[in-house]
Design a protein around this ligand. Structure first.
Ligand SMILES: NC(=O)c1ccc[n+]([C@@H]2O[C@H](COP(=O)([O-])OP(=O)(O)OC[C@H]3O[C@@H](n4cnc5c(N)ncnc54)[C@H](OP(=O)(O)O)[C@@H]3O)[C@@H](O)[C@H]2O)c1
Length: 267
C-alpha cells in the first residue's frame, strides 16, 4: 500500500496552499470539496506542483455525510492508498449569521456539527488507515477564535474551541497507535475575503504585534511541520499559534482601553 495525505476544503485558498506544500514535498495527496467537479479540477491543477511520481486525487465530500466519508477512504484503499496524514482545513465560518438573540438554533448547531462532528467522522476513518500503517498524523486547522472569542460569532468560536478539544482528545485516544494529533491555531489569513472587505483587514485580530497576518504558505508550513515525523515526532496534543503574536497580546491600545488616572500604556 502507498501512503497519501488527505486535505479537506482544498480547492482554493488555505487548503489549496496546504495541498501545494505537501505535493511539493512529494506526498501523494487527496483533496476534498463539497463540489466533486471542483475537487477533480483542482487536483488536476495541483499535479503541476509535484514531480511525476506524485498522485493527486480530488473527491466530493458533503458536510456531515458519514457514508460519503467512509466511501472516500474505501475508494482510496481500493486504489492502493492508505491515509497516513490528515489535514482538516474545511470549516463553516458561520459568517453573516443573525446575532445571538436572533440566530435560529438550526443554523447555530449546523456550524458546530460541521466543524466538530464532521471532523470527528473524517478523523475516525483516517485513524483506521493510520492504525493499519502503524501510525500517522492529524492536523486540525483551528483558530484564535477557539481560544479567545469574537462578539456575534458564537457558533464559529464555540465550534473552534470544541475542535481544539477534539484534537487534544484524539491525541490521547490515538497515542498508543502512534497517531499524533495537533492543532494549528490560526490567526487572520490573507484570503480573498480579507482582500475584499476592509472591515476584516481593520479588525482587531488582524492588528498583530508582529504587524502582519498569515499567508496561505504560513499555515501550510505549520501544518507540514506538525504532520511530519522528522520535525514533530514527539509532538502531540499541542497547539501552535500562527497569529503574529495576536494571542500573546493582552490589550489593544487602539481599542481605547481606559486605564486608571495617571497610568499610561507606556507603564
Ligand atoms: N480566514 C481566516 O482569517 C481564518 C482565521 C482563523 C482560522 N481560520 C481557519 O483556517 C481554515 C481555512 O480558512 P479559510 O478562510 O481559508 O476558509 P474558507 O475558504 O472559508 O473555507 C475553507 C473551505 O471549507 C469549505 N467550506 C466552506 N463553507 C463550508 C460549509 N458551510 N460546510 C462545509 N465546508 C465548508 C470550502 O470548501 P468547498 O467549498 O470546496 O467544500 C472552503 O474552500 C478554516 O478552518 C478556518 O476556520 C481562518
Amino acid at each position: 500500500m502507498k501512503k497519501i495525505t488527505l486535505i479537506t476544503g482544498a480547492t482554493t485558498g488555505t487548503g489549496y496552499g496546504v495541498a501545494q506544500k505537501f505535493i511539493k514535498m512529494s506526498h501523494n495527496v487527496c483533496i476534498t470539496s463539497r463540489d466533486a467537479k471542483r475537487a477533480e479540477q483542482a487536483a488536476e491543477e495541483l499535479k503541476a506542483f509535484g514531480d511525476n511520481q506524485v498522485e493527486v486525487f480530488g473527491f466530493g465530500l458533503e458536510a456531515l455525510q458519514e457514508n460519503q466519508v467512509i466511501s472516500v477512504f474505501d475508494i482510496l484503499k481500493e486504489r492502493g492508498y492508505l491515509v497516513d496524514k490528515l489535514i482538516l482545513v474545511a470549516a463553516n465560518m458561520g459568517l453573516n449569521m443573525p446575532n445571538f438573540f436572533e440566530v435560529p438554533y438550526e443554523d447555530w448547531i449546523r456550524v458546530i456539527d460541521t466543524n466538530i462532528g464532521w471532523n470527528f467522522m473524517i478523523s475516525r476513518q483516517a485513524a483506521k488507515h493510520m492504525v493499519a500503517l502503524g501510525g500517522g498524523a492529524i492536523v486540525v486547522v483551528g483558530s484564535v477564535n477557539g481560544i479567545r472569542t469574537t462578539k456575534n460569532r458564537s457558533a464559529y468560536c464555540t465550534s473552534k474551541t470544541g475542535l481544539h478539544g477534539l484534537a487534544r482528545n484524539l491525541a490521547v485516544e490515538l497515542g498508543s497507535y502512534h497517531i499524533r494529533v495537533n492543532t494549528v491555531v490560526s490567526g487572520g489569513i490573507k484570503t480573498d475575503r480579507y482582500y475584499a472587505r476592509p472591515e476584516i483587514q481593520n479588525s482587531v485580530h488582524n492588528k498583530t504585534p508582529y504587524g502582519d497576518i498569515a499567508e496561505f504558505s504560513d499555515i501550510a508550513n505549520a501544518a507540514y511541520f506538525l504532520a511530519d515525523d522528522s520535525s514533530a515526532r514527539i509532538i502531540t496534543g499541542a497547539e501552535l499559534a500562527v497569529d503574529g503574536g495576536a494571542l500573546a497580546q493582552f490589550v489593544y491600545e487602539e481599542e481605547g482601553i481606559r486605564l486608571p488616572d495617571g497610568i499610561t500604556f507606556a507603564d
